[in-house]
Write a protein that binds this ligand. Structure first.
Ligand code: HEM
Length: 517
Protein backbone atom coordinates (compact mmCIF):
# COMPACT_ATOMS: atom_id res chain seq x y z
CA UNK A 1 0.00 0.00 0.00
CA UNK A 2 1.60 3.19 -1.03
CA UNK A 3 0.50 6.64 -1.96
CA UNK A 4 2.04 10.03 -1.99
CA UNK A 5 0.82 13.31 -0.68
CA UNK A 6 3.02 15.73 -2.54
CA UNK A 7 1.61 18.70 -0.66
CA UNK A 8 2.85 17.22 2.58
CA UNK A 9 6.18 16.39 1.01
CA UNK A 10 6.59 19.97 -0.14
CA UNK A 11 5.31 21.32 3.20
CA UNK A 12 8.42 19.83 4.71
CA UNK A 13 10.51 22.40 2.85
CA UNK A 14 8.48 25.47 3.73
CA UNK A 15 10.16 26.54 6.90
CA UNK A 16 13.37 27.88 5.27
CA UNK A 17 13.44 29.88 2.03
CA UNK A 18 17.06 28.98 1.15
CA UNK A 19 16.75 25.30 1.95
CA UNK A 20 16.23 24.10 -1.61
CA UNK A 21 19.46 25.57 -2.99
CA UNK A 22 21.38 24.32 0.02
CA UNK A 23 19.93 20.86 -0.50
CA UNK A 24 20.96 20.97 -4.16
CA UNK A 25 24.60 21.52 -3.23
CA UNK A 26 24.50 18.94 -0.48
CA UNK A 27 22.96 16.34 -2.77
CA UNK A 28 25.70 16.82 -5.39
CA UNK A 29 28.20 16.20 -2.63
CA UNK A 30 26.44 13.05 -1.43
CA UNK A 31 25.99 11.65 -4.96
CA UNK A 32 29.68 12.17 -5.74
CA UNK A 33 30.66 10.58 -2.41
CA UNK A 34 28.38 7.58 -3.00
CA UNK A 35 29.70 6.98 -6.50
CA UNK A 36 33.25 7.17 -5.22
CA UNK A 37 32.52 4.64 -2.46
CA UNK A 38 30.33 2.33 -4.57
CA UNK A 39 31.58 1.91 -8.13
CA UNK A 40 28.88 -0.71 -8.89
CA UNK A 41 26.45 2.21 -9.19
CA UNK A 42 28.20 3.22 -12.41
CA UNK A 43 28.58 -0.33 -13.71
CA UNK A 44 27.14 -1.42 -17.05
CA UNK A 45 23.90 -2.90 -15.71
CA UNK A 46 20.90 -2.60 -18.02
CA UNK A 47 18.60 -0.29 -16.06
CA UNK A 48 14.98 0.50 -17.04
CA UNK A 49 14.45 3.82 -18.87
CA UNK A 50 14.07 6.76 -16.56
CA UNK A 51 12.66 10.29 -16.81
CA UNK A 52 15.29 12.99 -16.11
CA UNK A 53 15.50 13.80 -12.41
CA UNK A 54 16.46 16.73 -10.20
CA UNK A 55 19.07 16.65 -7.47
CA UNK A 56 17.56 15.88 -4.04
CA UNK A 57 13.96 15.61 -5.29
CA UNK A 58 14.65 12.93 -7.89
CA UNK A 59 11.35 12.70 -9.80
CA UNK A 60 9.08 13.89 -6.97
CA UNK A 61 8.41 17.16 -8.81
CA UNK A 62 6.85 15.15 -11.70
CA UNK A 63 4.28 13.44 -9.48
CA UNK A 64 0.86 14.88 -8.74
CA UNK A 65 -1.05 13.93 -5.60
CA UNK A 66 -2.67 11.20 -7.74
CA UNK A 67 0.62 9.42 -8.41
CA UNK A 68 -1.02 6.52 -10.33
CA UNK A 69 -2.03 9.03 -13.01
CA UNK A 70 1.44 10.65 -13.09
CA UNK A 71 3.11 7.23 -13.45
CA UNK A 72 0.76 6.32 -16.30
CA UNK A 73 1.51 9.53 -18.13
CA UNK A 74 5.31 9.17 -17.60
CA UNK A 75 4.97 5.53 -18.75
CA UNK A 76 3.56 6.54 -22.16
CA UNK A 77 6.97 8.14 -22.81
CA UNK A 78 9.34 5.78 -20.97
CA UNK A 79 7.60 2.40 -21.30
CA UNK A 80 5.89 -0.16 -19.03
CA UNK A 81 8.98 -0.69 -16.85
CA UNK A 82 10.46 2.59 -15.72
CA UNK A 83 12.98 3.67 -13.08
CA UNK A 84 12.14 6.72 -11.03
CA UNK A 85 13.52 8.31 -7.86
CA UNK A 86 11.58 9.43 -4.80
CA UNK A 87 14.27 11.73 -3.51
CA UNK A 88 17.22 9.36 -3.11
CA UNK A 89 15.13 6.21 -3.20
CA UNK A 90 15.02 4.40 -6.55
CA UNK A 91 11.79 2.63 -7.49
CA UNK A 92 10.84 0.61 -10.54
CA UNK A 93 7.33 1.32 -11.82
CA UNK A 94 5.62 -1.60 -13.58
CA UNK A 95 2.61 -0.80 -15.79
CA UNK A 96 1.81 -3.75 -18.07
CA UNK A 97 0.22 -7.17 -17.49
CA UNK A 98 3.35 -8.97 -18.78
CA UNK A 99 5.70 -7.09 -16.49
CA UNK A 100 3.33 -7.59 -13.51
CA UNK A 101 3.34 -11.35 -14.24
CA UNK A 102 7.15 -11.38 -14.04
CA UNK A 103 6.96 -9.72 -10.62
CA UNK A 104 4.08 -11.68 -9.04
CA UNK A 105 4.34 -15.05 -10.76
CA UNK A 106 7.76 -15.75 -12.35
CA UNK A 107 9.70 -14.06 -9.52
CA UNK A 108 7.05 -14.01 -6.79
CA UNK A 109 9.40 -15.35 -4.09
CA UNK A 110 12.07 -12.77 -4.93
CA UNK A 111 9.47 -9.99 -4.65
CA UNK A 112 7.75 -11.33 -1.53
CA UNK A 113 8.87 -8.46 0.73
CA UNK A 114 7.00 -5.19 1.18
CA UNK A 115 8.62 -1.78 1.64
CA UNK A 116 7.98 -0.04 4.94
CA UNK A 117 8.67 3.30 6.53
CA UNK A 118 9.00 4.55 10.09
CA UNK A 119 5.27 5.37 9.90
CA UNK A 120 4.15 1.83 8.99
CA UNK A 121 6.58 0.38 11.51
CA UNK A 122 5.19 2.56 14.30
CA UNK A 123 1.51 2.11 13.40
CA UNK A 124 1.70 -1.65 12.78
CA UNK A 125 3.47 -2.81 15.92
CA UNK A 126 6.98 -3.00 14.51
CA UNK A 127 5.75 -4.93 11.41
CA UNK A 128 3.95 -7.63 13.39
CA UNK A 129 0.94 -7.44 11.04
CA UNK A 130 0.32 -9.39 7.83
CA UNK A 131 0.51 -6.76 5.14
CA UNK A 132 3.98 -5.37 5.90
CA UNK A 133 5.65 -8.20 7.88
CA UNK A 134 8.84 -9.29 6.11
CA UNK A 135 8.52 -12.55 4.16
CA UNK A 136 9.51 -15.50 6.40
CA UNK A 137 8.25 -17.96 9.02
CA UNK A 138 6.33 -15.33 11.02
CA UNK A 139 4.53 -13.88 7.99
CA UNK A 140 3.72 -17.41 6.71
CA UNK A 141 2.14 -18.22 10.05
CA UNK A 142 0.02 -15.04 10.03
CA UNK A 143 -1.06 -15.57 6.44
CA UNK A 144 -2.13 -19.14 7.10
CA UNK A 145 -4.13 -18.04 10.20
CA UNK A 146 -5.77 -15.45 7.99
CA UNK A 147 -6.52 -17.76 5.06
CA UNK A 148 -7.49 -20.90 7.03
CA UNK A 149 -9.05 -19.53 10.22
CA UNK A 150 -10.33 -15.99 9.72
CA UNK A 151 -11.22 -15.58 6.04
CA UNK A 152 -11.88 -19.14 4.82
CA UNK A 153 -14.95 -19.80 2.66
CA UNK A 154 -16.77 -21.44 5.60
CA UNK A 155 -16.01 -18.61 7.97
CA UNK A 156 -17.16 -15.99 5.43
CA UNK A 157 -20.36 -17.97 4.96
CA UNK A 158 -20.90 -18.10 8.72
CA UNK A 159 -21.00 -14.29 8.73
CA UNK A 160 -23.92 -14.31 6.26
CA UNK A 161 -26.40 -13.25 8.98
CA UNK A 162 -24.28 -10.16 9.74
CA UNK A 163 -24.27 -9.10 6.08
CA UNK A 164 -28.04 -9.66 5.83
CA UNK A 165 -28.84 -7.69 9.00
CA UNK A 166 -26.58 -4.79 8.11
CA UNK A 167 -27.86 -4.69 4.51
CA UNK A 168 -31.44 -4.53 5.84
CA UNK A 169 -30.44 -1.58 8.03
CA UNK A 170 -28.84 0.10 5.00
CA UNK A 171 -32.14 -0.29 3.09
CA UNK A 172 -34.01 1.29 6.01
CA UNK A 173 -31.68 4.28 6.02
CA UNK A 174 -32.07 4.81 2.26
CA UNK A 175 -35.83 4.48 2.63
CA UNK A 176 -35.83 7.07 5.39
CA UNK A 177 -33.91 9.61 3.26
CA UNK A 178 -36.22 8.91 0.34
CA UNK A 179 -39.37 9.45 2.48
CA UNK A 180 -37.96 12.76 3.72
CA UNK A 181 -37.21 13.75 0.08
CA UNK A 182 -33.52 14.05 1.00
CA UNK A 183 -30.57 13.22 -1.24
CA UNK A 184 -29.00 9.91 -0.24
CA UNK A 185 -25.32 10.28 0.69
CA UNK A 186 -24.21 6.91 -0.67
CA UNK A 187 -20.53 7.49 0.17
CA UNK A 188 -21.30 7.97 3.86
CA UNK A 189 -23.73 5.04 4.03
CA UNK A 190 -21.29 2.64 2.34
CA UNK A 191 -18.47 3.57 4.75
CA UNK A 192 -20.68 3.02 7.78
CA UNK A 193 -22.26 -0.27 6.60
CA UNK A 194 -18.92 -1.84 5.62
CA UNK A 195 -17.38 -0.72 8.89
CA UNK A 196 -20.28 -2.24 10.86
CA UNK A 197 -20.01 -5.55 8.99
CA UNK A 198 -16.26 -5.81 9.50
CA UNK A 199 -16.41 -4.73 13.18
CA UNK A 200 -19.04 -7.38 13.92
CA UNK A 201 -16.85 -10.04 12.26
CA UNK A 202 -13.67 -8.86 13.99
CA UNK A 203 -14.90 -7.77 17.43
CA UNK A 204 -18.25 -9.59 17.63
CA UNK A 205 -20.04 -6.23 17.95
CA UNK A 206 -20.30 -2.80 16.29
CA UNK A 207 -18.20 0.15 17.31
CA UNK A 208 -19.87 2.82 15.20
CA UNK A 209 -22.04 4.20 17.99
CA UNK A 210 -21.14 5.93 21.24
CA UNK A 211 -18.17 8.14 22.03
CA UNK A 212 -15.60 5.29 21.96
CA UNK A 213 -16.82 4.01 18.60
CA UNK A 214 -16.75 7.41 16.92
CA UNK A 215 -13.24 8.00 18.28
CA UNK A 216 -12.14 4.64 16.86
CA UNK A 217 -13.55 5.48 13.41
CA UNK A 218 -11.70 8.79 13.47
CA UNK A 219 -8.48 7.04 14.47
CA UNK A 220 -8.91 4.54 11.65
CA UNK A 221 -9.28 7.38 9.17
CA UNK A 222 -6.17 8.99 10.66
CA UNK A 223 -4.18 5.73 10.29
CA UNK A 224 -5.03 5.59 6.57
CA UNK A 225 -4.29 9.28 6.13
CA UNK A 226 -0.86 8.95 7.77
CA UNK A 227 -0.08 5.85 5.70
CA UNK A 228 -0.96 7.81 2.56
CA UNK A 229 1.09 10.85 3.59
CA UNK A 230 4.68 9.83 3.13
CA UNK A 231 6.63 12.88 4.15
CA UNK A 232 9.97 14.06 2.85
CA UNK A 233 12.10 12.44 5.57
CA UNK A 234 10.85 8.99 4.50
CA UNK A 235 12.38 9.42 1.03
CA UNK A 236 15.58 11.22 1.89
CA UNK A 237 16.96 9.58 5.02
CA UNK A 238 19.38 12.39 5.86
CA UNK A 239 16.37 14.75 5.92
CA UNK A 240 14.46 12.61 8.40
CA UNK A 241 14.85 15.35 11.02
CA UNK A 242 12.24 17.33 9.02
CA UNK A 243 9.57 14.85 10.15
CA UNK A 244 10.56 15.57 13.72
CA UNK A 245 10.53 19.35 13.29
CA UNK A 246 7.23 19.56 11.36
CA UNK A 247 5.44 17.37 13.93
CA UNK A 248 4.76 14.45 11.56
CA UNK A 249 6.56 11.88 13.74
CA UNK A 250 4.82 13.13 16.89
CA UNK A 251 1.42 12.79 15.20
CA UNK A 252 2.23 9.21 14.12
CA UNK A 253 3.29 8.35 17.69
CA UNK A 254 0.13 9.90 19.13
CA UNK A 255 -2.17 7.97 16.75
CA UNK A 256 -0.26 4.71 17.34
CA UNK A 257 -0.67 5.15 21.13
CA UNK A 258 -4.41 5.88 20.84
CA UNK A 259 -5.06 2.95 18.49
CA UNK A 260 -3.18 0.70 20.89
CA UNK A 261 -5.26 2.00 23.82
CA UNK A 262 -8.46 1.13 21.95
CA UNK A 263 -7.31 -2.35 20.88
CA UNK A 264 -6.03 -3.11 24.41
CA UNK A 265 -9.46 -2.19 25.77
CA UNK A 266 -11.13 -4.53 23.23
CA UNK A 267 -8.83 -7.44 24.09
CA UNK A 268 -9.38 -6.87 27.81
CA UNK A 269 -13.16 -6.83 27.27
CA UNK A 270 -12.95 -10.15 25.42
CA UNK A 271 -10.81 -11.67 28.20
CA UNK A 272 -13.25 -10.45 30.88
CA UNK A 273 -16.21 -11.86 28.91
CA UNK A 274 -14.85 -15.39 28.68
CA UNK A 275 -17.56 -17.74 29.93
CA UNK A 276 -19.99 -14.85 30.41
CA UNK A 277 -23.31 -14.93 28.54
CA UNK A 278 -23.37 -12.50 25.64
CA UNK A 279 -26.18 -10.31 24.30
CA UNK A 280 -28.16 -11.09 21.15
CA UNK A 281 -26.23 -8.52 19.09
CA UNK A 282 -22.85 -10.00 19.92
CA UNK A 283 -21.16 -13.10 18.58
CA UNK A 284 -18.45 -15.45 19.87
CA UNK A 285 -17.48 -16.40 16.34
CA UNK A 286 -15.27 -13.32 15.95
CA UNK A 287 -11.64 -12.74 14.97
CA UNK A 288 -10.52 -11.43 18.38
CA UNK A 289 -11.79 -14.53 20.24
CA UNK A 290 -10.37 -16.86 17.57
CA UNK A 291 -6.97 -15.13 17.71
CA UNK A 292 -6.98 -15.10 21.53
CA UNK A 293 -7.60 -18.85 21.68
CA UNK A 294 -4.84 -19.52 19.12
CA UNK A 295 -2.54 -17.30 21.19
CA UNK A 296 -3.25 -19.21 24.40
CA UNK A 297 -2.77 -22.64 22.81
CA UNK A 298 0.30 -21.65 20.80
CA UNK A 299 3.37 -23.68 21.82
CA UNK A 300 5.29 -23.21 18.58
CA UNK A 301 8.64 -21.43 18.13
CA UNK A 302 7.17 -18.72 15.92
CA UNK A 303 4.34 -17.52 18.13
CA UNK A 304 2.01 -14.59 17.70
CA UNK A 305 2.06 -12.37 20.79
CA UNK A 306 -0.46 -9.82 22.05
CA UNK A 307 0.99 -7.05 19.85
CA UNK A 308 0.76 -9.46 16.90
CA UNK A 309 -2.96 -9.95 17.57
CA UNK A 310 -3.56 -6.20 17.71
CA UNK A 311 -1.55 -5.71 14.50
CA UNK A 312 -3.60 -8.35 12.65
CA UNK A 313 -6.86 -6.78 13.84
CA UNK A 314 -5.77 -3.32 12.75
CA UNK A 315 -4.60 -4.67 9.39
CA UNK A 316 -7.91 -6.36 8.67
CA UNK A 317 -10.05 -3.41 9.72
CA UNK A 318 -7.90 -0.80 7.97
CA UNK A 319 -7.43 -2.97 4.85
CA UNK A 320 -10.98 -4.28 4.63
CA UNK A 321 -13.29 -1.34 5.36
CA UNK A 322 -12.06 1.41 3.10
CA UNK A 323 -11.42 -0.82 0.08
CA UNK A 324 -14.90 -2.36 0.24
CA UNK A 325 -16.72 0.95 0.67
CA UNK A 326 -14.66 2.53 -2.15
CA UNK A 327 -15.69 -0.33 -4.47
CA UNK A 328 -19.38 0.20 -3.69
CA UNK A 329 -19.01 3.96 -4.11
CA UNK A 330 -17.32 3.69 -7.54
CA UNK A 331 -19.77 1.00 -8.69
CA UNK A 332 -22.80 3.19 -7.97
CA UNK A 333 -21.02 6.22 -9.50
CA UNK A 334 -20.47 4.31 -12.76
CA UNK A 335 -24.04 2.95 -12.75
CA UNK A 336 -25.50 6.42 -12.24
CA UNK A 337 -23.40 7.66 -15.18
CA UNK A 338 -24.56 4.71 -17.29
CA UNK A 339 -28.36 4.37 -16.93
CA UNK A 340 -28.54 1.51 -19.47
CA UNK A 341 -26.09 -0.58 -17.44
CA UNK A 342 -28.09 0.29 -14.29
CA UNK A 343 -31.33 -0.81 -15.98
CA UNK A 344 -29.72 -4.06 -17.22
CA UNK A 345 -28.54 -4.79 -13.70
CA UNK A 346 -31.94 -4.02 -12.16
CA UNK A 347 -33.64 -6.28 -14.72
CA UNK A 348 -31.28 -9.15 -13.90
CA UNK A 349 -31.60 -8.80 -10.11
CA UNK A 350 -35.40 -8.34 -10.19
CA UNK A 351 -35.89 -11.23 -12.60
CA UNK A 352 -33.84 -13.65 -10.47
CA UNK A 353 -35.54 -12.55 -7.23
CA UNK A 354 -39.06 -12.22 -8.69
CA UNK A 355 -41.72 -12.63 -6.01
CA UNK A 356 -39.38 -12.44 -3.03
CA UNK A 357 -37.94 -9.66 -0.98
CA UNK A 358 -34.85 -11.34 0.46
CA UNK A 359 -31.83 -11.97 -1.78
CA UNK A 360 -29.93 -15.17 -0.96
CA UNK A 361 -26.34 -16.24 -1.72
CA UNK A 362 -27.81 -18.73 -4.15
CA UNK A 363 -29.54 -15.87 -6.05
CA UNK A 364 -26.24 -13.96 -6.19
CA UNK A 365 -24.45 -16.90 -7.79
CA UNK A 366 -26.82 -16.56 -10.80
CA UNK A 367 -26.28 -12.81 -11.25
CA UNK A 368 -23.69 -12.74 -14.03
CA UNK A 369 -24.29 -9.13 -15.02
CA UNK A 370 -23.84 -8.03 -11.39
CA UNK A 371 -20.47 -9.80 -11.25
CA UNK A 372 -19.49 -8.19 -14.56
CA UNK A 373 -20.43 -4.73 -13.22
CA UNK A 374 -18.22 -5.19 -10.15
CA UNK A 375 -15.29 -6.50 -12.23
CA UNK A 376 -15.58 -3.59 -14.63
CA UNK A 377 -15.59 -1.16 -11.70
CA UNK A 378 -12.51 -2.79 -10.15
CA UNK A 379 -10.76 -2.61 -13.54
CA UNK A 380 -11.32 1.14 -13.79
CA UNK A 381 -11.16 2.01 -10.08
CA UNK A 382 -8.97 -0.44 -8.13
CA UNK A 383 -9.29 0.95 -4.58
CA UNK A 384 -5.55 0.36 -3.99
CA UNK A 385 -3.94 1.61 -7.19
CA UNK A 386 -0.41 0.32 -6.42
CA UNK A 387 1.14 -2.93 -5.26
CA UNK A 388 4.47 -2.30 -3.57
CA UNK A 389 7.20 -4.94 -3.23
CA UNK A 390 10.96 -5.08 -2.61
CA UNK A 391 13.51 -7.24 -4.47
CA UNK A 392 15.12 -9.75 -2.08
CA UNK A 393 17.80 -10.67 -4.66
CA UNK A 394 19.33 -9.23 -7.82
CA UNK A 395 16.99 -10.22 -10.65
CA UNK A 396 16.07 -9.45 -14.26
CA UNK A 397 12.56 -8.15 -15.12
CA UNK A 398 11.61 -7.77 -18.80
CA UNK A 399 15.35 -7.84 -19.58
CA UNK A 400 16.26 -5.07 -17.11
CA UNK A 401 18.56 -5.50 -14.10
CA UNK A 402 16.86 -4.93 -10.77
CA UNK A 403 19.19 -4.75 -7.77
CA UNK A 404 18.49 -6.31 -4.39
CA UNK A 405 16.57 -3.89 -2.14
CA UNK A 406 14.91 -2.00 -5.03
CA UNK A 407 11.28 -1.03 -4.49
CA UNK A 408 8.85 -2.17 -7.21
CA UNK A 409 5.51 -0.43 -7.64
CA UNK A 410 2.97 -2.18 -9.84
CA UNK A 411 0.41 0.34 -11.06
CA UNK A 412 -2.77 -1.79 -11.16
CA UNK A 413 -4.79 1.30 -12.08
CA UNK A 414 -2.74 1.84 -15.27
CA UNK A 415 -2.76 -1.90 -16.11
CA UNK A 416 -6.58 -1.89 -15.95
CA UNK A 417 -6.59 0.90 -18.53
CA UNK A 418 -3.84 -0.44 -20.80
CA UNK A 419 -4.93 -0.53 -24.45
CA UNK A 420 -2.60 -3.53 -25.00
CA UNK A 421 -4.96 -5.57 -22.80
CA UNK A 422 -8.34 -3.87 -23.17
CA UNK A 423 -10.55 -2.63 -26.02
CA UNK A 424 -11.71 0.94 -25.46
CA UNK A 425 -10.08 0.84 -22.01
CA UNK A 426 -11.54 4.14 -20.76
CA UNK A 427 -15.16 3.04 -21.38
CA UNK A 428 -17.34 1.48 -18.67
CA UNK A 429 -18.62 -1.68 -20.44
CA UNK A 430 -19.57 -4.51 -18.03
CA UNK A 431 -20.60 -6.58 -21.10
CA UNK A 432 -16.90 -7.18 -21.87
CA UNK A 433 -16.81 -9.63 -18.94
CA UNK A 434 -19.91 -11.60 -19.99
CA UNK A 435 -17.95 -13.35 -22.72
CA UNK A 436 -14.53 -13.37 -21.08
CA UNK A 437 -13.02 -15.65 -18.44
CA UNK A 438 -10.75 -12.89 -17.08
CA UNK A 439 -11.11 -12.73 -13.30
CA UNK A 440 -9.55 -10.82 -10.41
CA UNK A 441 -8.36 -13.88 -8.48
CA UNK A 442 -4.69 -13.18 -9.27
CA UNK A 443 -4.23 -15.41 -12.33
CA UNK A 444 -5.04 -12.83 -15.02
CA UNK A 445 -2.48 -10.09 -14.73
CA UNK A 446 -4.47 -7.54 -16.72
CA UNK A 447 -6.93 -7.40 -13.79
CA UNK A 448 -5.24 -7.44 -10.37
CA UNK A 449 -7.20 -5.15 -7.99
CA UNK A 450 -6.57 -7.70 -5.19
CA UNK A 451 -2.91 -8.21 -6.09
CA UNK A 452 -1.50 -11.64 -6.87
CA UNK A 453 0.97 -14.26 -5.70
CA UNK A 454 2.03 -14.89 -2.12
CA UNK A 455 1.20 -11.38 -0.92
CA UNK A 456 -2.19 -11.28 -2.69
CA UNK A 457 -5.29 -10.21 -0.74
CA UNK A 458 -6.78 -12.96 1.46
CA UNK A 459 -10.02 -10.97 1.87
CA UNK A 460 -11.46 -11.42 -1.66
CA UNK A 461 -14.29 -13.77 -0.63
CA UNK A 462 -15.17 -11.68 2.42
CA UNK A 463 -15.21 -8.47 0.36
CA UNK A 464 -17.17 -9.84 -2.61
CA UNK A 465 -19.85 -11.45 -0.41
CA UNK A 466 -20.67 -8.04 1.10
CA UNK A 467 -20.31 -6.01 -2.11
CA UNK A 468 -22.59 -8.29 -4.16
CA UNK A 469 -25.30 -8.54 -1.50
CA UNK A 470 -25.42 -4.79 -0.83
CA UNK A 471 -25.32 -3.82 -4.49
CA UNK A 472 -28.07 -6.30 -5.45
CA UNK A 473 -30.33 -4.93 -2.68
CA UNK A 474 -29.62 -1.29 -3.50
CA UNK A 475 -30.63 -1.72 -7.16
CA UNK A 476 -33.47 -4.18 -6.49
CA UNK A 477 -35.37 -2.08 -3.95
CA UNK A 478 -34.86 1.44 -5.36
CA UNK A 479 -34.92 3.42 -8.58
CA UNK A 480 -31.90 5.72 -8.74
CA UNK A 481 -31.32 9.14 -10.30
CA UNK A 482 -28.68 11.83 -10.10
CA UNK A 483 -29.67 15.02 -8.24
CA UNK A 484 -31.54 17.62 -10.32
CA UNK A 485 -29.12 19.61 -12.44
CA UNK A 486 -26.43 16.87 -12.58
CA UNK A 487 -26.15 15.09 -15.92
CA UNK A 488 -24.61 11.64 -16.42
CA UNK A 489 -21.67 13.18 -18.30
CA UNK A 490 -21.39 15.95 -15.69
CA UNK A 491 -21.13 13.70 -12.61
CA UNK A 492 -17.90 14.63 -10.85
CA UNK A 493 -15.57 11.60 -10.74
CA UNK A 494 -12.54 13.32 -9.17
CA UNK A 495 -10.44 11.00 -7.00
CA UNK A 496 -9.20 11.75 -3.51
CA UNK A 497 -5.51 11.00 -2.98
CA UNK A 498 -4.75 8.55 -0.19
CA UNK A 499 -3.82 4.99 0.55
CA UNK A 500 -7.25 3.98 -0.82
CA UNK A 501 -8.66 5.92 -3.76
CA UNK A 502 -12.12 7.24 -2.92
CA UNK A 503 -14.27 9.86 -4.59
CA UNK A 504 -13.14 13.36 -3.67
CA UNK A 505 -16.73 14.53 -3.22
CA UNK A 506 -19.46 12.34 -1.73
CA UNK A 507 -21.81 10.53 -4.10
CA UNK A 508 -25.30 11.98 -3.71
CA UNK A 509 -28.35 10.47 -5.44
CA UNK A 510 -32.15 10.42 -5.41
CA UNK A 511 -33.74 7.10 -4.40
CA UNK A 512 -37.36 6.11 -5.05
CA UNK A 513 -38.56 2.84 -3.51
CA UNK A 514 -39.60 0.24 -6.06
CA UNK A 515 -43.19 -0.80 -5.27
CA UNK A 516 -42.60 -4.52 -6.07
CA UNK A 517 -39.89 -5.08 -3.44
C1 HEM B 1 -12.68 -4.66 -2.52
C2 HEM B 1 -12.03 -4.94 -1.42
C3 HEM B 1 -10.54 -5.17 -1.30
C4 HEM B 1 -9.54 -4.86 -2.18
C5 HEM B 1 -9.66 -4.18 -3.55
C6 HEM B 1 -8.30 -5.31 -1.58
C7 HEM B 1 -7.05 -5.18 -2.17
C8 HEM B 1 -5.87 -5.61 -1.60
C9 HEM B 1 -4.58 -5.47 -2.21
C10 HEM B 1 -4.32 -4.80 -3.55
C11 HEM B 1 -3.67 -6.01 -1.37
C12 HEM B 1 -2.16 -6.10 -1.62
C13 HEM B 1 -1.92 -7.33 -2.48
C14 HEM B 1 -0.56 -7.45 -3.09
O1 HEM B 1 0.38 -6.74 -2.70
O2 HEM B 1 -0.42 -8.30 -4.01
C15 HEM B 1 -4.37 -6.50 -0.21
C16 HEM B 1 -3.76 -7.13 0.85
C17 HEM B 1 -4.44 -7.54 1.97
N1 HEM B 1 -5.80 -7.48 2.18
FE1 HEM B 1 -7.20 -6.79 0.87
N2 HEM B 1 -8.57 -5.87 -0.36
C18 HEM B 1 -9.92 -5.81 -0.16
C19 HEM B 1 -10.61 -6.29 0.94
C20 HEM B 1 -10.04 -6.91 2.01
C21 HEM B 1 -10.78 -7.43 3.14
C22 HEM B 1 -12.30 -7.38 3.28
C23 HEM B 1 -9.86 -7.94 4.01
C24 HEM B 1 -10.08 -8.62 5.35
C25 HEM B 1 -11.26 -8.85 5.88
C26 HEM B 1 -8.53 -7.75 3.43
C27 HEM B 1 -7.34 -8.12 4.00
C28 HEM B 1 -6.09 -7.98 3.42
C29 HEM B 1 -4.84 -8.40 4.06
C30 HEM B 1 -4.71 -9.03 5.44
C31 HEM B 1 -3.80 -8.13 3.13
C32 HEM B 1 -2.30 -8.39 3.32
C33 HEM B 1 -1.89 -9.69 2.61
C34 HEM B 1 -0.39 -9.99 2.66
O3 HEM B 1 0.45 -9.09 2.74
O4 HEM B 1 -0.05 -11.17 2.57
N3 HEM B 1 -8.69 -7.13 2.21
N4 HEM B 1 -5.71 -6.26 -0.37
Amino acid sequence: MLSFNQQQILDGFRFHPFLLSLLGLLSLYFVAKRLYKNPSLISNKKLPPSPPKLPVLGNLHQLSTLAHRSFQSLGTKHGPVMLIHFGNTPAVIVQSANAAKEIMKTNDLIFADKPYTRTTRRLFYDLKDISVAPYGEYWRKLKSICVLQLLSGNRVQSFGFIREEETALLMEKINESSKNLELVNLSELFVSVTNDVICRAVFGRKYSEGEGGKRFLMLLRKVLELMGSMSIGEFIPWLSWINYVNGFDREVDRVAREVDGFLEMVIQEHMNNEGVEISRDESRDNFVDILMSLYKDDKSDVSVDRDGIKAIILDIIAGGTDTTSATLEWTMSELLRHPIALKNLQNEVREITRGKNVITENDLSKMHYLKAVVKETLRLHPPIPFLARVARENVKVMGYDISIGTMIITNTWAIGRDSESWNEPEKFMPERFLTSSVDFKGLDFELIPFGAGRRGCPGVTFAMAGIELMLANVVQKFEWELPKGTTCEGLDMTEQAGVTTHRKNPLLAVATPCSDF
